[in-house]
Design a protein around this ligand. Structure first.
Ligand code: GTP
Length: 557
């Protein structure tokens, strides 16, 4: 039997199917909109509903609208043309450099010139401050202003740090100015040696031992650390100060006795890198003066209030007299500073004053025949290499010299046999220097400090033969004129150097070493601008003798 036909298919759908369709539609619309947006088709503009026929004055309204439309179009066209013109002019100015553009340019140039002039002025001031004459005049100002002069001595070579001219300049005031010796860096010398030196110096002048903190931070860093919960107190060896109380007590005593206005001015003087600034920083408890391995960091006098009664004055280092022997000058790298001697030469002179075994032990290098070999070993060991993986002897020498004035190397000098007072001191002066000081308390404090401080073992320290007092220049007139290298000189020299580099002569064998020597000397003069890259002339020699050497004129096509 045939089945009856159904009336009509039902439109009923399951919900899932219905939602699926709706979703698909939405997606499709989204896609269309996206594509329309991409192709720049805007939404359909709203249809103007026009003016209904029933409106009164329909004709006038339409005419007015038309007029407005035309006006708007004209304005748009005008703007478009003006913009076009402006753009064309700008382009023209850019290519031709017309007057319109020259104005902002000249402003820029003026600004640049001003900045350059300011930079030059600053450089000139910095240069002036680094001259020996300026340093000397600043030191004289400190001596003049201070009631007490603290002469800082590096405990590793106390005699070499004493300047008879300075002591004379202080003592000539006949008791109005007091002189104190402070034996700093006591943590770098063996205890026995320190005690001997203290005994030796105390006979001539009141001496206090001191160990400065070498890792102080400035106020901002300190405050930040205090705020930070993890900021713990620095109890490391470098962070400890010894001798602060003793020195402060002595200065407070002097402030009570010597000072009428209640504020004792204490000038801190000495040769470069003996630790003048570090002592002031240690007394203050924060980093107020610049201290560091670099020589001659302090250039101007700087006053620091330590307490209500005591004010310290940091001073630039004493200028050493050129009449001093090479051995004395080498230790504090004084001639290297003036670029009168190369670091390698100063290192050679210094090595001659030391026992070879001690140097080998300290630097952990094998037996060496001469200073050059030692420096080569040191350069290899520390990885100071230059082009072609050759040991950089000059760098090794500079580091070696830095060690001798820095904060780590342990060496000591033996006390000389006493043969009376030095020529610049008299018995009356010595008595005057000890007047009013509680010497018993100072001795006790010194002993206590020596007991507490951790000193290196004599067996691991370098024994060094000191060459005695170092003469200094205290009169500005005695200092010879220095040639101040200006920025112009530098740029001229650099240009010359570039010129020398460009010279091409057929006989390259002769010109190459000459160029190198010129460049090296120039580089030495332009300190800080470039690192001298020394060329191993032996290598060049070897290349010249090498028959198989690559010939560019024949092999290179
Ligand atoms: N181990 C040790 N190092 C110290 C001590 N005092 C200073 N130093 C280090 O010696 C170096 C020189 O210290 P400075 O305070 O800059 O010496 P300065 O005499 O003020 O130097 P200039 O201002 O350049 O003349 C720094 O690297 C200090 O960390 C000390 O008591 N012990």
């Amino acid at each position: 039997m045939k089945r009856p036909k159904l009336k009509k298919a039902s439109k009923r759908l399951s919900c899932a199917k219905r939602f699926k369709i709706l979703k698909k539609v939405r997606e499709h619309h989204r896609k269309v909109r996206k594509e329309a947006k991409k192709s720049g088709i805007r939404r359909k503009a709203k249809k103007d509903i026009g003016v209904p026929n029933s409106a009164p004055f329909k004709e006038e309204v339409l005419r007015e609208a038309e007029q407005k439309k035309q006006e708007l179009e004209e304005l748009r066209e005008k703007n478009r043309l003006a913009k076009q013109k402006e753009r064309a002019e700008k382009r023209k100015q850019e290519t031709d450099g017309t007057a319109a553009d020259a104005e902002p340019k000249s402003k820029k140039a003026k600004k640049e010139e001003k900045a350059k002039a300011q930079k030059q002025a600053r450089a000139a001031v910095a240069k002036k401050k680094s001259t020996k004459k300026f340093r000397c005049s600043e030191l004289n100002k400190v001596i003049e202003a201070a009631d007490v002069i603290v002469e800082v001595l590096d405990a590793r070579d106390p005699l070499g740090c004493r300047c008879p001219q300075l002591e004379e300049a202080v003592l000539k005031h006949g008791g109005k100015k007091r002189l104190l010796l402070v034996l700093n860096k006591i943590d770098l010398v063996p205890k026995d040696n320190l005690e001997k030196w203290l005994e030796y110096l105390q006979v001539e002048c009141p001496t206090l031992v001191f160990k400065s903190t070498t890792c102080l931070q400035d106020r901002t860093v300190l405050e930040k650390k205090q705020r930070d919960a993890s900021g713990l107190m620095d109890h490391s060896r470098a962070g400890l100060t010894f001798g602060r109380d003793s020195l402060m007590q002595t200065l407070n005593d002097l402030a009570g006795k010597e000072c009428s206005d209640g504020m004792l001015k204490v000038g801190v003087v000495g040769f470069p890198n003996v630790g003048k600034s570090s002592i002031i920083n240690s007394l203050k408890g924060i980093r107020v003066c610049c201290a560091g391995v670099q020589r001659g960091m302090t250039r101007c006098m700087q006053e620091v209030h330590i307490s209500k009664k005591v004010k310290m004055i940091d001073s630039p280092a004493i200028v050493a007299a050129p009449s001093n022997s090479g051995e004395k000058l080498a230790l504090r790298s004084l001639r290297v500073e003036e670029e009168e001697e190369s670091p390698a030469e100063a290192a050679r002179v210094l090595l001659k004053q030391c026992t070879q075994e001690h140097i080998m032990l300290q630097y952990n290098v094998p037996d060496y025949r001469n200073s050059l070999e030692f420096l080569t070993f040191l350069a290899k060991k520390r990885g100071y290499l230059q082009k072609g993986a050759l040991p950089n002897v000059e760098q090794a020498a500079a580091v070696f010299l830095g060690d001798w004035t820095g904060a780590k190397l342990s060496y000591y000098s033996k006390t000389p046999e006493r043969r009376g007072l030095p020529p610049h001191l008299t018995n009356a002066m010595v008595t005057e220097m000890h007047r009013g000081l509680n010497m018993g308390r100072i001795h006790m404090a010194n002993e206590q400090i020596i007991k507490r401080v951790r000193c290196p073992n004599q067996a691991f320290s370098i024994c060094f033969s000191s060459k005695g007092l170092t003469a200094g220049l205290l009169r500005v007139s005695e200092i010879p004129e220095e040639k101040v290298v200006t920025e112009e000189d530098i740029s001229e020299q650099t240009q010359d150097m570039e010129g020398t580099k460009e010279v091409k002569t057929p006989d390259s064998e002769r010109t190459l070493p000459q160029q190198t020597v010129q460049q090296e000397s120039m580089c030495k003069q332009i300190k800080g601008m470039a690192q001298p890259v020394s060329v191993n002339t032996d290598l060049l020699e070897a290349q010249r003798n090498n028959d198989d050497a690559y010939d560019f004129s024949t092999d290179f096509v």
